[in-house]
Design a protein around this ligand. Structure first.
Ligand SMILES: [Zn+2]
Ligand SMILES: [Zn+2]
Length: 353
């Protein structure tokens, strides 16, 4: 009887004071978020933010492809897919400190979050120089399109917040196109403070000059595949990386989707579904590339099709485990993967808030 009375009093108290309880919870949550840079507290090393691990297909769990990398004091983004900037914000990724955006290729799912990136990296941080965007041929035209599309918006923000917040000198993207030397499969495109970024060619016909990237910092290394079918050059350039982040498409699952589309006379959908397996890697092919590279761990991202339940992971992976000796993981949005400098450790944790 006594317990029942205590429980009733607790419920009554909650209803009486829910406004005050809400206020206290809100203030605590805000104090943890606003004006903090959680990345500044990271230990020295390579830190990989999975801001988007999905594909063009709508996916409740996965934003469009985007990987953020903090290497020592330097901050980079690799692609900026739809929705990924919101995930980056929720992860505490230091968007305003982004030094450069690297594009893997000019497919919309890899750059359709660039508008949000442009505004947030600029007006959120008082940037006084445009954000450099480096990528394959087509990067200049694409970035200039974003510059034009957001120009009017930017003028209102400057008028409203002033040049100290929205400095016109820092508005927009400063694009530059990377061209590999004739006959070369890779080239170093960044070298500073122990950080080396190497661009390499992959296979994604008919896309012109699709790239992957390798990042090395103080004894740690990762490679990011971009979109590619199995590619021996990727395997060669990714030699010995701690983690290979590789895209993957499950042909069996996509085949099933295609057959349903055909049965329903959804011809356009069926055609697209029959086209896409040829320029992506199956999980087994990606695992073979990881094995040839001698990668420590294989992490899948740009996962096609969407996997609404973990129960589908084993089906998606198929025989990939037989093709690669190391651990295989499916990346999750919100996952921060830390590789401390000069060690073998890899730490995975969700930092989504
Ligand atoms: Zn893609
Ligand atoms: Zn693509």
């Amino acid at each position: 009887m006594g317990l029942v009375i205590v429980a009733l009093l607790a419920v009554a108290g909650f209803y009486m004071f829910q406004r005050q309880i809400g206020e206290a919870l809100f203030e605590r949550g805000i104090a943890e978020r606003i004006g903090r840079d959680p990345a500044a507290e990271l230990e020295d090393g390579l830190h990989v933010y999975m801001c988007g691990t999905g594909s063009p297909m709508a996916d409740h769990h996965r934003a469009g492809p985007c990987i953020g990398v903090v290497a020592g004091e330097h901050v980079f983004l690799f692609d900026a897919g739809s929705g990924s900037m919101r995930t980056a914000n929720r992860m505490g990724f230091p968007l305003t400190r982004t030094e450069r955006l690297f594009l893997t290729h000019i497919h919309s799912d890899h750059f359709d979050g660039m508008g949000e990136l442009m505004v947030q990296a600029w007006a959120g941080g008082g940037r006084d120089r445009p954000l450099p965007v480096w990528g394959p041929p087509g990067t200049v035209e694409t970035a200039q399109g974003f510059n034009a599309a957001y120009r009017i918006d930017s003028s209102y923000r400057t008028a409203h917040h002033g040049t100290g917040v929205a400095n016109p000198a820092g508005y927009g993207f400063a694009p530059r196109e990377i061209r590999l030397p004739a006959g070369a499969g890779s080239a170093v495109v960044y070298r500073r403070d122990g950080v080396t970024i190497t661009v390499f060619s992959v296979t994604h016909d008919p896309v012109e000059s699709p790239f992957g990237y390798r990042i090395d910092y103080r004894g740690r290394s990762i490679a990011i595949s971009g979109d590619t079918a199995y590619d021996s050059n990727l395997a060669a350039v990714s030699e010995g990386v701690d983690i290979l982040f590789h895209e993957a498409l499950d042909p069996e699952m996509v085949g099933t989707m295609g057959r349903v589309a055909e049965r329903r006379n959804a011809d356009v959908v069926a055609k697209i579904l029959s086209d896409i397996p040829s320029y992506h890697a199956s999980p087994e092919e990606a695992a073979r590339a990881a094995q040839e590279a001698g990668a420590g761990t294989l992490v899948f991202y740009h996962i096609i099709p969407p996997l609404p339940s973990r129960l589908l992971h084993a089906y998606f992976l198929g025989d990939a485990g037989d093709c690669f000796d190391g651990p295989i993981r499916l990346a999750e949005d919100g996952e921060l993967i830390s590789l401390p400098a000069n060690s073998d450790a890899i730490e995975y944790r969700s930092v989504l808030r």
